[in-house]
Write a protein that binds this ligand. Structure first.
Ligand code: NAD
Ligand code: IPM
Ligand code: MN
Length: 354
């Protein structure tokens, strides 16, 4: 249907391999869906850092401004401290482009084994909406008496009424659009975090009053971690602060089979700036370079990008190709019990959508 210019940042570790496979799939579907792709690659990564002393150039964010979307693999290298790599690339992009809604679906698909007993395909079908620009990830704090025995670190969480309200409202709107259980669960910790989380709770109560067609509950984060294991079937839309959403979505990934299936989108719902599409998983140094990373998370992430670009048919085609490969159960990477390579999985999905 359209022409789309995409900034591609493969990043580190398995990010490079899984982005290559997702690009294969996106190129393969172009003809059938009349899409013209312009992919512009940016080599920003830990390798770039070794060479240039920074993760991206100082005008990096400006360079990304004009794109329709950013497609990113993963960032993180065993030889560089994570706070340098992530605060040098991923987190500043999320903040600069005000990508305030991080959307992470977890669906148990046919052919995939959950580590939980007694769950059937689609029993788990939830989506976490994670606040993505402030909260516990606000870059506010500092060291005092650095490297002295009395060193002090201060790390402040920042909760704003506007920041809470917009992401909570986004969750309610998404719930209506999904039209499934019509339920939004708020995740809190206001029993211990008596300011930020209390503002979160108050804002949730105010917004929910505007959605009488949607039922709601509130769970403390510790109990929510338990219920993601004990009764994941009960969740529909879950809205959480930045850190709580981060933690919950790794649980959501593993109960639905693998980190290698967990897609994610960092959205600026106002469409003022480009949104960024990167899977939930990281650079997986334990399997990097082995050619066995599951590219499905990145490929399903590309389906979220297609949806955002208005290419809904193409997005559906990608999702059904992944589902077909999963239910056939023949070409799977080791995380799903198979012995196929990253490239073999990418090839089989690309062949189905072309
Ligand atoms: P991780 O998600 O990279 O890996 C966790 C586990 O899941 C590992 O055992 C890994 O092998 C497995 N795994 C992840 N993705 C997989 C895939 N596609 N196929 C098969 N198995 C997969 O998390 P980590 O080990 O805690 O972090 C590694 C590095 O990545 C760190 O530097 C971290 O900061 C960074 N990280 C980056 C992002 C991102 O860029 N969005 C996200 C999470 C972690
Ligand atoms: C994620 C990652 C990042 C996060 C890290 C790498 C900073 O874990 O996207 O889930 O915590 O947001
Ligand atoms: Mn995470």
């Amino acid at each position: 249907m359209g022409k789309h210019s995409i900034a591609v940042i493969k990043g580190d570790g398995i990010g490079v391999d899984v982005v290559d496979e997702a690009l294969k799939v996106l190129r393969a579907l172009a003809g059938r869906h009349s899409i013209e792709w312009e992919f512009v690659e940016f080599p920003w990564s830990s390798e770039y850092y070794f060479e240039h002393g920074e993760m991206m150039p100082s005008d990096g964010v400006d360079q990304l401004k004009g794109f329709d979307a950013i497609f990113l693999g993963a960032v993180g290298h065993p030889e560089v401290q994570d706070h340098i790599t992530l605060n040098g690339l991923l987190l500043p992009i999320r903040r600069a482009f005000d990508q305030y809604a991080c959307v992470r679906p977890s669906v148990l698909l046919p052919g995939v084994e959950s580590p939980l007993s007694d769950v059937k395909p689609y029993d788990i079908d939830l989506i976490v909406v994670r606040e993505n620009t402030e909260g516990e990830y606000a870059n506010v704090g500092g060291f005092q008496y650095r490297d002295f025995p009395d060193e002090v670190a201060v790390q402040s969480a920042v909760f704003t009424r506007k920041g809470c309200e917009r992401v909570i409202r986004y969750a309610f709107e998404l719930c209506r659009e999904r039209n499934k259980k019509m339920h939004v669960m708020s995740i809190t910790k206001s029993n211990a975090q008596g300011y930020g989380m209390v503002l979160w709770d108050r804002t949730f109560d105010a917004v929910k009053a505007e959605y009488p067609d949607i039922t709601t509950d509130s769970l403390l984060i510790d109990a929510a971690c338990m219920d993601f294991i004990r009764r994941p079937q009960t969740f529909d839309v879950v809205v959480a602060s930045n850190l709580f959403g981060d933690i919950l979505t790794d649980i959501g990934a593993i109960i639905t089979g693998s980190m290698g299936l967990a897609s994610s989108a960092n959205l600026d719902p106002t469409r003022t700036s480009p949104s960024m599409f990167e899977p939930t998983h990281g650079s997986a140094p334990d399997i990097a370079g082995m050619g066995i990373a599951n590219p499905m998370a990145q490929i399903l992430t590309s389906a979220l990008m297609l949806d955002h670009l208005g290419e809904n048919d193409a997005a559906d085609a990608v999702r059904s190709a992944v589902e077909d490969v999963l239910s056939e159960g023949e070409i799977l990477t080791p995380d799903l019990g198979g012995s196929s390579t990253t490239a073999a999985v990418g090839d089989s999905i690309a062949a189905m959508v072309s």
